[in-house]
Design a protein around this ligand. Structure first.
Ligand code: NAP
Length: 522
């Protein structure tokens, strides 16, 4: 039900000040108006989260797993209302949003599995060695607990899978951390529906209400107050570089600084090697445009740079890509602001003296339609003009022509940190690619071959992260089960009597958790 309220724990709150979502296809305001939360509401949500933390973090892995599964079931039970609302608020098509709903429920259930498997708890025991010379060793027991209440910022480009019940929320709740979400102002109705699904699961699972709150509003001050609140101990964010860095600054300037896991900007270089290009330039050109224009290019893993040796094969690739792109129909972008940013970015590149415009997508009528754009430049120009390596969020990409492999390496060296780097190669290219792998490891969180970076599997081995500015902290991932690591910290118990130990590290192992004992798996 959408009554325009936000959630402070179990309580649905309305205020006099309101804002609305917009249909980006028409720029029309969508009913109902949503209440704007104040900084006092943020403080109240943080207080409840802090109160809930000790109870919530000591729930059994089974109880938390069942809670995550209840959230997934509640989201599915909303039915078509959720899909229809998300379509209206984001301009994204039905199949994409139905897929995203499946992914949202799937990642909640995957974290339930992780909880039951128990490795997340990191139980490690070094047995006492009372006879050891010259000094005895104490009994040492380590486990991991949640860091505390976590602030989550919903992403505009994944209104379900990276928003209110998305990957950041699922991993934080799995870690035992209460969550306060700042809903993205572009999809308040979608956020409200999903927020209620979580709130209902909190109640049905008998958990303290402060385990989850959702504050909404269109101004920076809410998010700023949330990150500054002393009870918040970590932040998950997906969005712009400016927004992410603003939150990092707030977090670093607190009396107690806290980690911010911000996923911000990436141009995801794609390298085409000579044998692969010679064998299938046209097929690669078509597939590239397919990946580039998917979802109007509004993916953090969108292929923004293609890098290859200049020559006739690259020309064939570029000509096919240009033809395909010229036929790409304009698609509605997520918000008028994102569309305006995209148009501005494309206009700047198109007007850049060092860049040639190879093709523009079909023109269309209607609001906020993103027209795809394909550019080309040389490696020397790309290196000399670092602004060309900045993300233009949307379906815009630059083909960079290098004269030799040294230039390819120089381009990669000059680039900032990336979420992904992609290689298209055949067997005959392997020795050319080999020296670049260590360089790519320094630059990117995920290196893939003969595929396209859009499409991120939610699984155990996935890394969706990378050096700055791909993220603000390259030691982790925001997609996949390893995302739970961001919200856990180790505690060691030295010679604490068994009766005082928490269940995960008690000698009898009542929770049946996997353990490392004296350096070996039990
Ligand atoms: P955004 O402007 O960074 O906003 C994301 C969230 O952060 C919103 O909830 C926003 O809420 C909050 N926020 C932003 N700046 C803040 C600040 N200084 N202090 C406190 N809170 C702040 O991202 P967006 O609206 O999704 O899109 C804008 C641009 O971000 C796009 O054009 C694109 O360039 C980039 N983007 C990148 C990715 C990616 O995956 N790389 C994804 C989405 C967007 P309020 O504005 O209400 O404060």
């Amino acid at each position: 039900m959408m009554d325009g309220s936000f959630l402070i724990g179990a309580r649905a709150v309305t205020t006099d000040e309101t804002f609305t979502g917009f249909d980006p296809a028409t720029n029309e305001a969508l009913d109902p108006p949503f209440s704007v939360a104040t900084v006092d509401h943020v403080a109240e949500a943080c207080r409840l989260a802090d109160e809930a933390f000790d109870t919530y973090r000591e729930t059994t892995p089974e109880a938390r797993a069942a809670f995550l599964e209840a959230i997934a079931a509640n989201i599915e039970a909303i039915g078509d209302e959720l899909i229809v609302r998300a379509m209206q608020e984001s301009g994204l098509p039905r199949p994409r949003l139905e897929g995203e709903r499946g992914r949202t429920a799937g990642q909640l259930r995957l974290f339930a599995r992780v909880l039951r498997q128990g490795r997340w708890a990191g139980v490690t025991i070094d047995s006492a060695l009372p006879e050891r010379q010259p000094l005895p060793r104490a009994d040492l027991r380590q486990r991991r607990i949640g860091v505390g209440p976590v602030a989550v910022f919903g992403a505009s480009n994944f209104p379900l899978a990276f928003s209110v019940a998305g990957g950041d929320t699922a991993s934080a709740l799995a870690a035992g951390c209460p969550v306060v979400v700042k809903g993205h102002p572009a999809h308040p109705g979608t956020s409200a529906l999903v927020g209620q699904a979580i709130r209902d699961a909190v109640a049905a699972s008998g958990l303290p209400e402060g385990v989850f709150s959702l504050v909404q509003g269109p101004a920076n001050e809410l998010g700023a107050a949330l990150v500054a609140d002393p009870r918040i101990k970590a932040v998950g964010f997906t969005g712009s570089r400016g927004g992410g860095l603003a939150l990092v600054n707030i977090a670093n300037n607190r009396p107690e600084p806290i980690p911010v896991y911000a996923e911000m900007s990436s141009v995801n270089p794609v390298l085409l090697f000579p044998a692969a290009l010679a064998a299938r330039a046209e097929a690669l050109g078509k597939a590239y445009v397919g990946s580039l224009t998917l979802g109007s290019g509004q993916f953090c893993t969108n292929p923004g740079i293609v890098l290859a040796l200049a020559g006739p094969d690259l020309d064939r690739f570029a000509a096919t890509a240009a033809d395909a792109l010229a036929e790409a129909q304009p698609q509605v972008m997520l918000t008028s602001g994102i569309h305006a940013n995209y148009d501005r970015g494309v206009t700047e590149i198109a007007g850049h003296g060092a860049v040639e415009t190879l093709a523009r997508g079909a023109e269309g009528t209607g609001c906020n339609r993103g027209r795809a754009a394909l550019f080309a430049t040389t490696a020397a120009n790309f290196i000399a003009n670092p602004e060309l390596a900045h993300e233009v969020f949307g379906a815009a990409s630059i083909i960079v022509r290098a004269d030799n492999l040294d230039e390819v390496a120089q381009v990669l060296t000059a680039m900032e940190g990336q979420l992904t780097a992609t290689l298209h190669l055949d067997d005959a290219d392997a020795e050319l690619a080999r020296p670049l792998i260590p360089l790519l490891e320094r630059k990117a969180g995920r290196i893939l071959a003969n595929g396209w970076p859009t499409g991120v599997e939610v699984s155990y081995a996935m890394v969706h992260g990378g050096p700055f500015p791909a993220t603000s902290d390259p030691r982790s991932t925001s997609v996949g089960t390893a995302a739970i690591e961001r919200f856990l910290r180790p505690v060691c118990y030295q010679d604490i009597p068994d009766v005082l130990l928490p269940a995960p590290v008690q000698q009898a192992n009542p929770l049946g958790l996997p353990r490392i004992i004296d350096g070996d798996p039990e």
